[in-house]
Design a protein around this ligand. Structure first.
Ligand SMILES: Nc1ncnc2c1ncn2[C@@H]1O[C@H](COP(=O)(O)OP(=O)(O)OP(=O)(O)O)[C@@H](O)[C@H]1O
Ligand SMILES: [Mg+2]
Length: 264
């Protein structure tokens, strides 16, 4: 069972799109997946066809404020083997509400550990969708995860924010979660007509080498339409370029484990 956060403090880089479609891709390959929406915007929630206007005690907020367990708030999606812990705007109050708790960075980890200890180990992956900030909520995700997938939009300024993210990750590794690893960097919204996309790709590959996935997600209109129908693009339009790219990313993601297993 792997806990993986999809993270980048920059907004609108494809985090939620990656969570939804990696989850759908993994399910397509017979894996069982739980998505945890850890963003007060609730985009992963609506993108998977659920409401983000529900009573907040039934969401991740209810878990993090101590009233609920993870298993209390897991909901089914329309897709077999794909479940979700939803989110809504009340989550944005958590930082202030927990201000007096010196252990608050560990709340999510504690809840996940309790869940894993007494559940029958039913998921292969837990994917966490992070908000666009390096706030408490993001730190909770970093503390709880085995590894990270970092979507990087192939636009100007994309790499600048990454330096700050890397520093934060290093700090968390030293002090709060030594096992944390970057599983990979995923280039998103690639526009092959735009020279800048190719340039950002080259810089990212030169700097991060094989940490950058070979698969590149193109800018694709079907990808942006799918969430308004509450569906992964892999279901909305299985044959579009966006779907092809997320199927290929899922293969690459799963193959990473086979590579690691062979090394051991
Ligand atoms: N490859 C793509 N091609 C076209 N549109 C995309 C692509 N990836 C994401 N989008 C669209 O871009 C917008 C931002 O994507 P998304 O919500 O996945 O980013 P995010 O990093 O989760 O944003 P936030 O930081 O606000 O949580 C959305 O409207 C989404 O549908
Ligand atoms: Mg998002």
């Amino acid at each position: 069972m792997q806990i993986i956060s999809v993270i980048n403090q920059k907004g609108g880089v494809g985090k939620t799109t990656t969570v939804i479609n990696l989850a759908a891709g993994l399910v397509h390959q017979e894996k069982k997946v739980l998505v945890i929406d850890l963003d007060p915007q609730g985009n992963a929630t609506t993108g998977l066809g659920l409401s983000n206007l529900e009573n907040s005690s039934e969401t991740i907020y209810g878990v993090l404020n101590g009233t609920k367990t993870i298993s209390d708030v897991i909901k089914k999606t329309d897709y077999k083997n794909l479940d979700i812990v939803s989110s809504n705007v009340d989550l944005s109050g958590l930082e202030i509400e927990t201000a007096g708790d010196s252990e608050r960075a560990f709340i999510l980890k504690g809840k996940l550990t309790a869940y894993l200890n007494d559940s029958r180990g039913s998921y292969d992956y837990i994917l966490i969708d992070c908000p666009p900030s390096l706030s408490l909520i993001t730190v909770m995700a970093l503390v709880s995860s085995h590894s990270l997938v970092v979507p990087l939009q192939t636009e100007f300024f994309a790499l600048e924010g990454l330096t700050q993210l890397m520093k934060t990750i290093e700090r968390i590794k030293v002090s709060l979660n030594p096992q944390l690893q970057i599983r990979g960097i995923l280039l998103t919204m690639y526009d092959k007509r735009n020279k800048l996309s190719a340039q950002v790709e080259k810089e990212a590959r030169d700097y991060f080498n094989d940490k950058v996935y070979q698969t590149v997600i193109p800018r694709n209109v079907r990808l942006s339409e799918a969430p308004s129908h509450g569906m992964p693009v892999l279901i909305y339009d299985k044959f579009c370029l966006g779907s092809k790219s997320y199927f290929s990313f899922t293969d690459e993601f799963i193959n990473q484990e086979q590579k690691i297993a062979r090394k051991v």
